[in-house]
Design a protein around this ligand. Structure first.
Ligand SMILES: [Zn+2]
Length: 120
């Protein structure tokens, strides 16, 4: 009897270990930025026990988890944008300018929606 091991199955065995599945459908360690052989359970376990991984995962955990996707953040961003625009004497319709929007979108998308002057 053979059961097929998929990276997805392996991931379920090791939740909360900074593991994910990359585009090549490999088990991938987010903290070490490397793929792990998911077919052998011991290689996953071994990787998780390495000193490199332990220190990498600690580093990852100390990075504050900022959720830009909340309404509160979006609202704050909008308010600050208004303050900034007013303080710089920039008319609100400048937000609709393509170059300005592209500039903001390049840095903030997809987590942030850039308001148009109509929604301010
Ligand atoms: Zn790792």
């Amino acid at each position: 009897m053979t059961s097929t091991i998929t990276p997805q199955k392996r991931l379920r065995e090791y939740t909360n270990n900074c593991l994910s599945i990359n585009k090549k459908n490999e088990l991938f360690c987010d903290s070490c930025k490397k793929s792990i052989d998911y077919k052998k359970k011991c290689s996953v376990t071994q990787h998780l026990e390495t000193e490199v991984h332990t220190s990498n995962s600690k580093k990852l955990k100390t990075v504050p988890n900022i959720n830009f996707n909340t309404d509160e953040f979006q609202e704050n961003f909008k308010n600050n944008l208004i303050i900034w625009l007013s303080a710089s004497d920039v008319p609100f319709d400048k937000l609709n300018k393509k170059t300005f929007k592209c500039f903001l979108n390049n840095y903030l998308r997809p987590v942030f929606k850039i308001p148009s002057s109509a929604t301010l």
